[in-house]
Structures are given as structure tokens and as C-alpha cells.
Design a protein. Structure first.
Lengths: 202, 202
DNA sequence: ACCTGAACACCGTTCAAGT
DNA sequence: ACCTGAACACCGTTCAAGT
């Protein structure tokens, strides 16, 4: 009678799972993976310390869920960049690179988490699919370009790997603070140009 | 009188610090960063749980020491590869790449740790120097090549970044199991060739 | 100087019990 | 179905005390 809200909901939450994920991403962003604690998450969400166990069997399960959410956002960004019409191949490649690096700059801790070699063999099927989708945007672009003769012939997977390594390397160096983010973004056009035209003089 | 060894040494160890590091690297390799525990390390080394505190002010300090040791080994490998005589530029680049990827394949967990964005601002001066030395091998190689006109003109730092991102991307993808290690090693010559000659047809 | 042993404030995970 | 509260076995870190 004295409570103001949620007359019909059981306990505190309609969607504790979502609330926990939201809170987790916040502390991930602000304090890093090391500061993630199920108990603190429960406290912040106003729930008992055992409640998260109902929604995530493990701490790793929560981390995997964060990673999966990250991939979904990244894949939307990559897809949108790759599908832009009216661009040259180099233009599309640059747009894709910009989308990826932008994500890395905005979500460095999350990116690290997405690429960590942890992965619960149970829940990792979804994660594997999400990773494939990320590479998919790039693979399609390379296959298209190859058909049009805009890039060299050869095993398309190998060629995709070269491009992927170049972009992921930049993203990883940014996320780990080995490279200044702003500087990398400013040099991005030239980076892509060098990737396509090579380091050797023509 | 009844002990067989170390008649003059205090307690159990002549070099507890080294013993802890050795044990730590072993569990890092076998069970991952998440399994590192100062208390377990102390138990494995036959010492009280507070003893590690004398040698590492923090768990992070031990991790930083592991990372520093990793950089020292990596830098020796990179230096040896970069200084090989009688090679073309592409040959030296390939040797450097092979050294780096070899390290990544042999020490995936350690590499992840070396590139984690943690770094105690206190002890990180040494770490920063070690990182610089790693990049140094590559930077010198690029500067040499540029002088001889073997690679394109332009800001040498930018060009070094392109090569570094390409190699580090491969290494990171291998370490995170996103790329099959053997496959990547087999394709390494072609990878370097594409890096130098570009993805566009000539 | 180097280590011990107890203490403190945290964890993740499990499980009977409540609503 | 969903959550609580207590319990268990661990942590990292600190600090007086021992040798």
C-alpha cells in the first residue's frame, strides 16, 4: 500500500536481465572488465546477490552476453557502412574502416572483451555466428571487388584476411592505447590507400 | 640440522621472486589469466600467502612483471629477425613477421596480457620503453627501406603504423583464436607480399 | 631483510526456503 | 517463475609479530 510503483510486478523488476546487462556495460565502460562483479551489479540494481544467477548461469555467461550485444551493434554499423551506394571500392573500404575504428574508439573495453579467448563452449555458438557476420561484410565486399577486377586475383579468404588483419590491428592498437585514437582516425584515408596500393612504390 | 639443503639461506627461497614469476607464467600458459591467484601461486611455491606481497606490491605488479618479461623475449626475437644479413627488404619483413607470429602462436595468453590496457602508471615506464623497443625494430627497417627508395615516400611513422597494424592484427586474431595459427603461418609470405604490393592489381 | 599467521572485506556459486 | 538469505570455499591486501 505504501509503495508508489509496480503494483502487479513481482519483486523489483520486470526485466532484471536487461537491467543487469545495462549496469554491467556501464561499469565495463567506466571501470574496466576487472571491476565487473556480480554482487556489485546486484547491489546497484537493488536485488539480492543471488538473483543474477537466475539470468546468467555464470559470470562468464554475463560477459558473453555483453560481447554478443557488442557484436550486434558492431555488425549493424559495419553493414550500414558496407552498403552505402555510389562509392568507389576504396570509398567503401574507407567507410567500413571508419565504422570499425569508430566502434573501437567508443567501446575499447567492450572490444577487448569481444576478442578475448574465453568463450564458454556452450553459449559460444551465437558468438561464433556474430563473429562470422562481422567478417561477412568484409568478405562480401572483397568478393564483389574481385569480380570487377578491382583487386588482385587469388584465394578470396586470404585476401580478406589481409584486410581484416590491417583493420583489426589498428582497432586493437587503439583499444590497448598503443596508438592515439585521434591520430589513427586522421590517418585512416591514407592507411586504406596504402593497404590497397601497397608500401612499395609503383 | 635435519634439513638437507640451504644451510645458510633464510626460509625456503633464495629467489622467491623468480620462482613466483616462473610459476605464474606456467599457470598463465596452462590455465589463462583468469586462473592467476597470488594465494595459489604462494601455495605452489611452498610459501605463505602473504609472502608474494614482499616482491609484488599488487597482483597487477606481478602481471606487469610477466608482461615485461614477455616484451624482453619478444624484442630479442624481433631484433634477431630484423638484423639478418643478406636479405631483400621483403625477405627481412617476412622474417620479422614470422618472428612476431611465432611468438603469438607460442604465447597467446602472454601476448594478450602484454597488450591489455591495464598498466599500473607506476611500473609502466619500463613497459612503455619495452613497447617502444618492439616498434623500434620495425621503424628502423622502414626508415632504411625508405632511404633506399624501396618503399613509398611519406611520413615514416604513418607507414610504420600500416605495417605494425597488419602484423599485430594477424597476431591478435591468432591469439584470440579468430584465425587458425597454422593457416596464418602458411599464408604469411603471401600476406607480406600483399602488404608490400597492395590489394589493387598492378 | 624476509617471511608468517591472523584478520578484514570482499568475491562466485549453490541451495533450501519463501512469495 | 522469480527472488531471498544463509552458507561455503575461495580471493587480495594489510600488519603485527617472529627469525
Amino acid at each position: 500500500m505504501s509503495r508508489m510503483s509496480s503494483t502487479s510486478r513481482p519483486y523489483h523488476h520486470g526485466d532484471l536481465r536487461a537491467a543487469l546487462l545495462k549496469s554491467a556495460e556501464r561499469t565495463l565502460r567506466e571501470k574496466g572488465v576487472g571491476a565487473l562483479s556480480l554482487r556489485e551489479l546486484a547491489r546497484d540494481t537493488g536485488v539480492s546477490h543471488a538473483a543474477p544467477g537466475r539470468h546468467f548461469k555464470d559470470k562468464q555467461a554475463l560477459i558473453d552476453a555483453l560481447a554478443l550485444d557488442g557484436y550486434e551493434r558492431l555488425n549493424r554499423a559495419l553493414g550500414a557502412a558496407a552498403d552505402q551506394p555510389g562509392l568507389t571500392f576504396e570509398g567503401r573500404m574507407t567507410a567500413l574502416a571508419r565504422a570499425y575504428l569508430g566502434f573501437a574508439v567508443e567501446n575499447p573495453e567492450l572490444l577487448e572483451l569481444m576478442f578475448a579467448r574465453k568463450h564458454d563452449p556452450d553459449g559460444s555458438a551465437q558468438l561464433a555466428a556474430a563473429v562470422d557476420q562481422s567478417l561477412g561484410s568484409l568478405t562480401r565486399m572483397m568478393a564483389d571487388a574481385q569480380e570487377r577486377g578491382e583487386i588482385v586475383a587469388g584465394d578470396p579468404e586470404r585476401i580478406t584476411t589481409v584486410a581484416a588483419a590491417s583493420l583489426h590491428g589498428l582497432a586493437a592498437l587503439i583499444a590497448s592505447c598503443a596508438l592515439d585514437a585521434e591520430e589513427a582516425m586522421n590517418g585512416l584515408d591514407e592507411h586504406v590507400h596504402l593497404l590497397l596500393h601497397g608500401l612499395k612504390p609503383r
